[in-house]
Design a protein around this ligand. Structure first.
Ligand code: SF4
Length: 355
């Protein structure tokens, strides 16, 4: 953990540099860290990238080309999850109109998020753009229409974070909390589970679940589940159900006309109590490492923060958009590159992710 002096340093630095994921609680006299899987995985991928993006809010300036691949995944993911949430809030209502959802609302959200800027992106092409996306939604609504969907929907848009629902760790100087947002909370009669929607390339290569078995995101949802459930279901129901799983609702972008139904798969991932305790410890140590890098950043500048250069040319399948910043000869030159090609936007805030 940071020393007393380092903690005081962070506290006074925060007065000039407020962050959505780190704050000082004057009543508790503690630093409060609230981080989600996106923030922690960004930091694990590269400390320098984290400081530039999640501390300074540095982003590509519009007009400097299409943002990198990771931005497509974020932007498309936001549109996709909004539509899924809308579906599960409304699909059993008499006035639910599947065309208005899959065509009109999809068009509206797609345009609002400006997804057409990605028209040369391989993922855009794989999904066949907006038309292909609407077709996928129509297929989904046919496969999981109200009379075919056996799951009971407990809640949609389940957010947790700054209300401090999911505590990871507490010391006299710090409290760490987990933040996140579950698409849907479901009950299948045996299990109460988060249902997480993921688009995958195809089901034809390997086990589609492999990508998620070690992923900290799904484990974090299972870890969170029992802590937030009392808000959504009566206690006696929690005791009657097993709450140790997550349901992965996988949707293939590739479409085989000879087997259209094979575009959707639902698979569960189970976590033992031991795995959940290990997860908690990993998250605490990840946050500790993040704070240590923040102290380096405050004391010595971004050029001295540890880097993982294996991600420079492979930042989630693309070149890291800070590549030209990090190759500069001095902090001053890095700052000049940032001021020419980048713009400072609000830092990622899990609970306020919106279109
Ligand atoms: S270019 Fe490399 S070192 Fe720089 S932020 Fe990106 S991944 Fe990190």
């Amino acid at each position: 953990m940071p020393t007393y002096f380092e903690t005081t340093l962070i506290k006074s630095w925060l007065e000039e540099h407020p962050l959505p994921w780190l704050s000082y609680d004057t009543e508790k006299k503690k630093l409060i860290v609230v981080v989600d899987n996106h923030l922690l995985s960004t930091h694990r991928s590269c400390g320098t990238h984290y400081m530039l993006n999640a501390v300074e809010g540095q982003n590509f300036k519009p007009g400097f080309g299409v943002p990198n691949n990771r931005q497509w995944y974020l932007d498309f993911g936001i549109v996709f999850h909004k539509l899924v949430e809308y579906y599960y809030q409304n699909f059993r209502k008499d006035n639910f109109n599947v065309n208005e959802w899959a065509v009109d609302l999809a068009y509206q959200l797609w345009m609002q998020k400006e997804l057409e800027v990605y028209k040369d992106h391989p993922e855009y092409k794989a999904i066949l753009g907006l038309k292909g996306f609407s077709a996928l939604l129509l297929q989904y609504a046919q496969r999981y229409r109200a009379d075919n969907e056996r799951l009971r929907i407990i809640a949609t848009e389940v957010s947790f974070g700054k209300s401090r629902e999911v505590q990871l760790f507490s010391t006299p100087a710090y409290e760490f909390y987990l933040a996140g947002r579950m698409d849907v909370l479901v009950d299948d009669g045996y299990f109460i589970m988060p249902m997480d929607h993921k688009t995958v390339g195809t089901f034809k290569r390997g086990d589609p679940l492999d990508r998620y078995l070690n992923d900290e995101g799904p484990t974090g949802y299972v870890y969170t589940l029992t802590k937030i459930l009392p808000k959504y279901v009566p206690e006696e129901l929690i005791f009657k159900r097993d709450c140790t799983r997550i349901l992965m609702n996988l949707i293939s972008k590739a479409w085989d006309v000879n087997a259209p139904a094979d575009r959707f798969r639902r698979l569960t991932i189970y976590k033992t109590q031991e795995q959940l305790s290990q997860y908690q410890l990993r998250m605490v140590l990840s946050i500790e490492a993040l704070l240590r890098d923040l102290i380096t950043y405050i004391n010595h500048g971004v050029a001295c923060v540890p880097r993982d250069t294996s991600h420079c040319t492979n930042w989630y399948y693309g070149k890291c958009y800070f590549f030209d910043v990090c190759r500069q000869s001095s902090e001053e030159a890095m700052r000049a590159t940032l001021s020419n090609g980048f713009v400072q936007l609000p830092v990622w805030d899990t609970e306020n992710v919106s279109l």
